[in-house]
Design a protein around this ligand. Structure first.
Ligand code: ARG
Length: 474
């Protein structure tokens, strides 16, 4: 970041009027935020243009002054984009860097801050920035959902053991597993959308704490900036103290993002386990794995591990933000400046994680024989056996007990359940010998026996895939 030599003299701060002594350098470095909030420049300039247009509308600026301000801001924007803008630590933050530079370009710039405080300005900038970030995040979330659905089309009929407590439980098809994450991510989409609705409210015009004695037209500004509802009506904050002091909308975003990160982390953990030699269900493509500097044979699922690992900082950002807010008296306090690094870090991490995962999923190849071998474990159908007894009128608790006995017997004899003889089935009681045949049925038939909505029978899974194909089309 370039420093502005023109402006490092005493008394240069825009608030410098009542100060006799210079700010300490230590204080300057400690309190500046421009090194991280400069990325709000576009939204800050947009906010300033809207504010200036409103000032013209209410007669504070004339047409010539407005033109000069808009021209100056456009030039500053172009300089920033080109990387030529000289950011100054002495000017603290993005707001004062841009305003001070504007005033150097046009004396009319000195009228821009009329009726405005950095307190409502920063809240406005962040909300504008977040609206775009939420939409971008949602698009990337959709990308992961699509990658999961494509995978379901490639390999969804593959059957594999489903696990509870990390112990083999019941068979499921891969599509059902993948669709589970599509559902989770869709609730995340909804949470981000809810958050968007509350971010989409304009605080500008709240001033430092109590509005302004000037007749600011808040609705006009809100419309200019796109803070509008579905019917095009402006959405503006209702209480100036609330508007400048709360960051609950950031907490909501960080919380929705933390849940996304946790979902992605769990997903990554599944793939890490499945790609181990112990499971061997999948191979992750070379493009998203790395080798070991020492062990020549290693192929490590680093991308998935980092997705899992980075969820930690996203959760941390949420906790950090809540702690930041909890003791703050009304209204604005400089502590609030600490909100932005949490926010930016979560947004950047989320973007990176979602992008990598969507690409990585496309490189995953399923080891069908390994899945077939694992899912052929007859114990996965122990519950089906108990259900079969229930159909014959045996109370479930008894059925559970009889099947449990059969499992114990097979374990004792050191053979699979399917190798029990008729007399051994007889010996555990409950009439199991009459139903034990279902262990030899094709697994697909067992899956189709689970007919209810939400269960992994072939029809339901195909219907769910069709539904998501439509939902994820645009
Ligand atoms: N950089 C500040 C922030 O991020 C902007 C608002 C500062 N307001 C003030 N009165 N010092 O919160």
């Amino acid at each position: 970041m370039k420093k502005n030599k023109k402006n490092q003299k005493k008394g240069e701060a825009l608030w410098g009027g009542r100060f006799l002594e210079e700010t300490s350098r230590l204080m300057r470095d400690f309190s500046q935020s421009v090194l991280f909030d400069a990325r709000l420049y576009e939204h800050d300039i947009r906010g300033s243009i809207a504010h200036a247009r409103m000032l013209k509308k209410i007669g504070v600026l004339n047409a010539k002054e407005l033109r000069a301000i808009e021209k100056g801001l456009a030039e500053i924007r172009a300089e920033i984009v080109a990387g030529d803008f000289c950011w100054s630590l002495d000017r603290e933050d993005v707001h004062m860097n841009i305003e001070a530079e504007l005033i150097l370009r046009t004396p009319h710039g000195a009228k821009l801050h009329t009726g405005r405080s950095r307190n409502d300005q920063v809240a406005t900038d962040v909300r504008l920035w977040m609206k775009e970030e939420i939409v971008a995040g949602q698009a990337l979330l959709r990308g992961v959902q699509r990658a999961l659905l494509d995978w379901a089309y490639r390999d969804g009929t593959v059957l594999l053991p489903g696990y509870t407590h990390m112990q083999r439980a019941q068979p499921v098809c891969l599509a059902h597993h993948l669709l589970a994450y599509i559902e989770m991510l869709d609730r995340d989409m909804g949470r981000l959308q809810d958050c968007f609705e509350r971010v989409n409210v304009c605080p500008l015009g709240s001033g430092a704490i109590a509005g302004s004695t000037l007749p600011l037209d808040r609705a006009f500004v809100a419309k200019e900036l796109g803070f509008i509802d579905r019917n095009g009506r402006p959405r503006i904050t209702a209480n100036s103290m609330d508007a400048v002091s709360d960051r609950d909308f950031i907490v909501e975003y960080l919380s929705a993002a933390a849940l996304v990160a946790v979902h992605l982390s769990r997903m990554a953990e599944d793939y890490i386990l499945w790609s181990s030699a112990e499971f061997n269900f999948i191979r992750i493509g070379d493009a998203f794995t790395t080798g070991s500097s020492l062990m020549p044979q290693k192929k490590n699922p680093d991308a998935a591990e980092l997705v899992r690992g980075k969820s930690g900082r996203v959760v941390g950002n949420l906790v950090g933000m809540l702690v930041l807010l909890k003791g703050l008296p009304m209204t604005y306090n400089r502590d609030l400046q600490e909100d932005k690094e949490r926010l930016f870090d979560t947004a950047d991490t989320l973007r990176g994680t979602l992008s990598v995962l969507a690409e990585m999923i496309q490189t995953i190849r399923v080891n069908r024989p390994a899945c077939a071998l694992a899912v052929s474990d007859p114990l996965l159908l122990a519950t089906d056996l108990a259900d079969a007894l229930v159909r014959r009128g045996v109370p479930f608790r008894d059925a559970h007990h009889h099947v449990g006995k059969a499992v114990a017997l097979a374990e004792q004899l050191g053979k699979p359940l399917t190798d029990l003889t008729d007399s051994e089935w007889e010996s555990v009681g409950g009439g199991l010998s009459g139903v034990s045949d279902i262990l030899n049925e094709p697994l697909e038939k067992r899956m189709d026996a689970r007919k209810m909505y939400g269960a992994p029978n072939g029809n339901a899974v195909r219907a769910a895939m069709k539904y998501w194909t439509k939902r994820l089309k645009d």
